[in-house]
Every structure is written in structure tokens, then in C-alpha cells.
Ligand binder design. Structure first.
Ligand code: SF4
Length: 685
């Protein structure tokens, strides 16, 4: 008892929760966080932060933190030395390769980890193991953004940085609830609206911004493509397109015009449930704006046809000439996790090397092989769902899961657990003994985002520095150190000893990152990619001269509307949508360990009062939710925010069983799960 004795230390870093990328100052004393303050000169947050970034740091000194490596012996996880854990893991990896070749090993890297750690993980898998079996958790959220934006514009990122939203005169916010999931962006969008921008919200729920919208479109879950085509139909029919831009800079207009003839407002109304008048009103607002900007979230991507949804949404920006102008509007994906953009940028993906260079491209492989001093495998690797399927079938013999609780967060959770049980060797890097760690054979205790050195890339492509405010507890080390140590245990040397070295090496492999370095970021704060030149700024607004497609033109997509994987029926008459709430983050493993649990501590099922009356559910009382795949136990909350026929719950309390409900349907292009449409029924508790 008594006053703290140590000095107060201030560390500037980047928030490790959502993809907004708020710059934070972490105050510590005696290796405890005393406060987290938003930086007034933060490039994105400008002095603001939300309830997660500011207050959800109690987890960092939680007694639940893993502080020693664990190895499974006689069925139980036991604490061991690092040397024993690494030797056990290395022996198991050698055995897996001996039994099934390099492709019998896979790794799931992490959008929670730094760029440098993701870079090192993919290098480890490609150089030390000899396989492209590496993926990251963007597979579960924004992989359709990467695929769709690349197909439409040429690069897998938003077209502009967020500052340009200040200039937009019309905001179209689609399939996102930034007021809760990206609160600083949500607040800035609201400020812009209050200062005069028109606002269109397209979301089945009455999300926070909807109360300020000029038009709120409420499509049935799973009907986005029809909705976007309906808007595009009106733009074309009413001459609200930029014909000069389309002539000079776009391709595919004749095909799209023919397709859109089949999406008049009355037909779209029948598919989506959006009144034709609202659709026309929204299209006119967007089409008549001088500087319209689109922001979208997982409500667009996490569908059976999520990539088609991204492309159909991109059509609107192209038709309107609202991308590639250099004047800063266009289309931005609101990335969910702190480094979901960066994990993919670094090549923790099975089909591309760092910088999205295809593994099928011999020149790209050769460039990487020269930098790494080892050949790069040619055959694309497994995606996350394919890894689980391969584990269940016995062809995958070792799986390394880094910073993701796949048993709690992936869809159809029972099948994920079965895959881990079937896999002969599961390695896991974790902060806590998660559901996934409990099933692992080796658990490596690792540092959190408050204990790491490196960089993150936020939702609008900006690299920013991450700095350690604290040492990790006990024997925990960074993921960066674990990858190096495991490589050494296998007799390999990955080079790039420090995170700064790793980013520098990445710049030698990827021309569009060549101008980036820790030293530059320390000096300048934030730099967006592409940034090929250390002496020039990164590109905030992309495609000023040409799009990054082979012919330099943006591609209009003629993709038909196709129904979701599940439709409600007599047995499962309601549609469940899952998502985020304001005080918590993803599986809640960090935000549930601290004060935020007191802010939001009950796993709620939101439903319309009419549906509640129909199914005998009462406000505040237990309700069971059943799908064709599983069952969850929640507490009912009756709210007019929900449309009749739809229910909503968050995924922050996995123990309720929410991810046993979700189906195995996934985006046909990227395998991103269809979290946003699950047919369910309710059983009052
Ligand atoms: Fe900013 Fe997102 Fe962190 Fe909140 S969670 S402080 S909005 S980066």
C-alpha cells in the first residue's frame, strides 16, 4: 500500500483493437498501465478514441495471461521451458513433413499481429517449411474486399484516405455500424453529416447513424447485390452517371447496362424489401452529389456472394466517376481488426506473396527467392476452411494457429474443434488459454499489442508505428521472437533480426513498400501505401492517372444477384445476423477482462417486439436460438432497431455458442464465411 514509486512513462503507439488505427499515448508506471490517452495529432483520430482503445487495457496484466510455454503430455497441458516447447514443436513439424511433405503443414497468421510478424510467419512457411499453406483471419472478414477491389480497380485497398471524407457531400454507409464497431470513424462521419453532407445508410438494422440519415435502406440480409444493382439502374436511367469518365477510364459498360435492365426498382423492391421510392431517393442523392463517398463493412463482405457485393458496390463509384479522381472520394472498406489490411499486405495468404504478388508468377517468386536465399513454392496453398477440412481428412498433419481463437470465432465451430482434434500437431500462440489453446499440443505465451514493436496498416492503407509500453509478463515473448526461435529449432535462420529489419527486407521484395521504414514512420507518423520512394509521400488517393488493371481502366462488374446460402423456412423462420457491439471486440478475450465487461456484460439477442410476441419471448429473459448447425443461449432484448423476421447478436461471448449457429456457407470467390445470414428459430427459456 502506498504511492506508486516508479516514474511515469509515456509511449506513443497505435490502438490494437479496430482497423481505424487511432494513435494513442499509453501511460505506465511500475509496469502497469495507468491511462491511455488519444493523441491530438493522431492522423486518423485527431484527439479522439473510443471505449475500447481508452479503457479496455485491463487484460494486459490479467492473472489469466499465459506466462510459460505449455506442452501436452499424457493428455494434459503442462508448463515447460522454452527449449522443451520449441524442441517438441520442431520434432512434430519434422514428423509432419516426413509423413506428408511440406504441404502437410499449415499456419494461420494473425490480423492482430504486426506487419513484421506476419511477414516473418509467411517467410517461415515458404522458406523453412516449403509450403504456401499460410492464411490469416482476413479470410473471415474482408477477403472479399481484397478480391473485389482488386478486380474493380487493381489494388486490394480503399481508393482514398479517410481525411477526404471531410470533403464529401454525400456519404453512403453500407453494411456497417461504425458508431459501435469503428466509433472514431462513426463520430467523424456523423460530424460531417451534421455539417451538411447528405447521408444514406443501407443496413437491415437501425444502426446508430441511421437516425441521422436522409434515407435508410433496409435490405433483407443476403440481397445486397440486387440492392446495389437497383441503385445503379436508377443512376443509368436518370442520366446520373459520369459519361466522360466512363468513356475514358472504365470498361464493361455495355454488359452492365444490359444486366441492369433486369433490376428496375419494383423488381429490386420485391427481392430486397426496400421500397422502390426509397431506392430511387437514395440513388438520386448519391447520383447528384458532387463528391459522394462510400464506406462499407462486413455487412457487404460476409456473404455467399460477398465479392460480388463489393464489385456491385464499386460499380456505383465507377458509374459516378467517384474513384481515381485524385480529389478524394470513392470507396473505403471499414476494416474490422487493427491489422487486417497489413496481414494481407505482408503476404500471409496462400496465393500471393508480400505485396499481393501471385505465387503463380515466376518473376515474383524469383524476386522473393533472391531476397530470401531460398526457392519459393509455386503451388497456391490452403485457405483456412480448407486447412480445417484437410485436418479432418488426415492430410494436414500440423497446424500453427497464431493469435486467433479459431474454435470460438470461426463458423460452424463444432467442425473446427473436430479438425483440431484430428490434427496430430497443433501449435498455438496465445495470450490466454483460449478454446483453441486448450486443444493445442504446444502453447507459446506471447506479447499483446501493448508489448510489441512494429507497425500496423489501418483501414485506409496507412502504416503506423506500434511501440511496446510494457514488457510481456513472465516468459512471454513477441510472436516475432517465437517465429525466429522455431526456425532456429529447425536449423534455419530467417535473417531480419529486428522488426525494423523485417520491414526493410519487405521493401526489397515489394516495390510498393520500398519507401517505408521504421525510421521514416517515427519521423512522419503515418504513411499510406503505395510508397515506392523513401523521398516521396505515399499515395493517399489512388489511381489519379490510371487504375492498376492491365489496361488502366476500372472494371464494371456484370454479376447477377444470387440468393444467400440459407433462406428462412417453416422450421427456421428468422434470419440471424451477427456483428459487433460498442464495448467489446471480436471474441472478447481482451475486452471481457476489465472494466468494459461492466459496460456491456450480457450476451443479448436483439429482436423485433412483434416477433417476440409471436414466439413467446420476453424482454430480459433467456432465449435459446437454434439453427441447422447449433444452438446458443442468450438473453432477449426487444428493440425496434430490428426489422420483423430478423434477429441480431454479437460474437463477443463465444461461450453462449453463437458460432455453433453459423453455417459453413462461404463466399464463392474467397471462402469468407456467410456470418450475416443464418436461418434460426427461437425457443423461450
Ligand atoms: Fe480507435 Fe478503433 Fe481503437 Fe476505438 S477501437 S480507439 S476507434 S482504433
Amino acid at each position: 500500500v502506498g504511492a506508486p514509486r516508479g516514474d511515469l512513462t509515456r509511449t506513443r503507439t497505435t490502438c490494437g483493437y479496430c482497423g481505424v488505427g487511432c494513435a494513442l499515448e499509453v501511460l505506465t508506471r511500475d509496469e502497469q498501465v495507468t491511462a491511455v490517452l488519444p493523441c491530438h495529432d493522431g492522423p486518423v483520430n485527431r484527439g479522439h478514441a473510443c471505449v475500447k482503445g481508452r479503457f479496455a487495457h485491463g487484460f494486459v496484466r490479467s492473472p489469466d495471461r499465459l506466462t510459460r510455454p505449455l506442452v501436452r503430455r499424457r493428455g494434459r497441458l503442462e508448463p515447460v521451458s522454452w527449449a522443451e516447447a520449441l524442441e517438441f514443436a520442431a520434432h512434430g513439424l519434422r514428423a509432419a513433413v516426413a509423413a506428408g511433405g511440406p504441404d502437410a503443414v499449415a499456419a494461420i497468421s494473425s490480423a492482430r499481429a504486426t506487419n513484421e510478424e506476419n511477414y516473418l510467419v509467411q517467410k517461415f512457411m515458404r522458406v523453412v517449411i516449403g509450403t504456401n499453406n499460410v492464411d490469416n483471419c482476413s479470410r473471415l472478414c474482408h477477403s472479399p474486399s481484397a478480391a473485389g477491389l482488386t478486380a474493380s480497380f487493381g489494388l486490394p485497398g480503399g481508393t482514398d484516405v479517410f481525411d477526404e471524407a471531410e470533403l464529401a457531400d454525400c456519404l453512403l454507409v453500407v453494411g456497417a455500424n461504425p458508431a459501435e464497431a469503428h466509433p472514431v470513424v462513426g463520430a467523424r462521419l456523423l460530424q460531417r453529416t451534421l455539417r451538411g453532407a447528405r447521408l444514406i445508410v443501407a443496413d437491415p438494422r437501425t444502426v446508430g447513424l441511421a437516425g441521422y440519415a436522409d434515407v435508410h435502406l433496409r435490405p433483407r440480409p443476403g440481397t445486397n447485390v440486387a440492392l446495389f444493382h437497383g441503385l445503379a439502374h436508377v443512376l443509368l436511367a436518370e442520366g446520373l452517371v459520369d459519361e466522360d469518365f466512363l468513356r475514358r477510364r472504365a470498361a464493361g459498360l455495355p454488359e452492365l447496362t444490359a444486366l441492369l435492365a433486369g433490376y428496375p426498382p419494383d423488381r429490386v423492391a420485391a427481392i430486397t424489401g426496400v421500397p422502390a421510392g426509397d431506392l430511387v431517393a437514395a440513388a438520386r442523392l448519391y447520383g447528384r452529389a458532387e463528391r459522394p463517398a462510400i464506406f462499407y463493412g462486413l455487412g457487404v463482405t460476409e456473404h455467399l456472394h460477398g465479392t460480388d457485393g463489393v464489385r456491385a458496390l464499386a460499380n456505383l463509384a465507377i458509374l459516378r466517376g467517384a474513384a481515381g479522381t485524385g480529389r478524394g472520394y470513392g470507396l473505403s472498406p471499414l476494416r474490422g481488426q487493427n491489422n487486417v489490411q497489413g496481414a494481407s499486405d505482408m503476404g500471409a495468404l496462400p496465393d500471393v506473396l508480400p505485396g499481393y504478388q501471385p505465387v503463380a508468377d515466376a518473376a515474383a517468386r524469383e524476386r522473393a527467392a533472391r531476397a530470401w536465399g531460398a526457392p519459393v513454392p509455386e503451388r497456391p496453398g490452403l485457405r483456412i476452411p480448407e486447412m480445417f477440412a484437410a485436418a479432418r481428412s488426415g492430410t494436414l498433419r500440423a497446424l500453427w494457429v497464431i493469435g486467433e481463437d479459431v474454435c470460438a470465432t470461426d463458423p460452424d465451430a463444432d467442425r473446427v474443434a473436430a479438425a483440431l482434434t484430428a490434427c496430430p500437431l497443433v501449435l498455438c500462440n496465445e495470450l490466454f488459454l483460449s478454446d483453441t489453446a486448450r486443444r493445442a499440443d504446444v502453447v507459446f505465451p506471447v506479447a499483446s499489442w501493448l508489448e510489441k514493436d512494429g507497425t500496423f496498416v489501418n483501414f485506409d492503407r496507412r502504416f503506423q508505428r506500434v511501440r511496446p509500453a510494457l514488457p510481456p509478463p513472465g516468459e512471454a515473448v513477441t510472436d516475432f521472437a517465437v517465429v525466429h526461435a522455431l526456425a532456429a529449432a529447425l536449423g534455419a535462420d530467417l535473417g531480419c533480426r529486428t522488426p525494423a529489419d523485417a520491414l526493410a527486407e519487405c521493401g526489397r521484395v515489394v516495390p510498393m513498400f520500398a519507401g517505408l521504414s521504421h525510421e521514416r514512420l517515427d519521423r512522419e507518423g503515418a504513411v499510406p501505401w503505395p510508397c515506392p520512394d523513401p523521398g516521396a509521400p505515399g499515395e493517399a488517393a489512388l489511381y489519379r492517372e490510371r487504375f492498376a488493371t492491365p489496361d488502366g481502366r476500372a472494371r464494371l462488374a456484370s454479376v447477377p444477384y444470387l440468393p444467400p446460402g440459407e433462406e428462412p423456412d417453416d422450421r427456421y423462420p428468422l434470419v440471424l445476423v451477427t456483428g459487433r457491439r460498442w464495448a467489446h471486440y471480436n471474441s472478447g478475450s481482451m475486452t471481457r477482462r476489465g472494466g468494459n465487461l461492466r459496460l456491456d456484460g450480457v450476451d443479448l439477442l436483439d429482436l423485433n417486439p412483434g416477433d417476440a410476441a409471436r414466439y413467446g419471448v420476453r424482454d430480459g429473459e433467456p432465449v435459446a436460438v437454434e439453427s441447422r448447425h447449433g444452438r446458443a443461449e442468450l438473453t432477449a432484448r426487444l428493440t425496434g432497431q430490428m426489422a420483423p423476421g430478423q434477429v441480431f447478436c454479437a460474437f463477443h461471448f463465444p461461450s453462449s455458442g453463437v458460432n455453433t449457429l453459423t453455417s459453413g456457407h462461404a463466399d464463392t470467390v474467397t471462402s469468407c464465411p456467410e456470418y450475416k445470414v443464418t436461418a434460426v428459430r427461437l425457443i423461450p427459456g
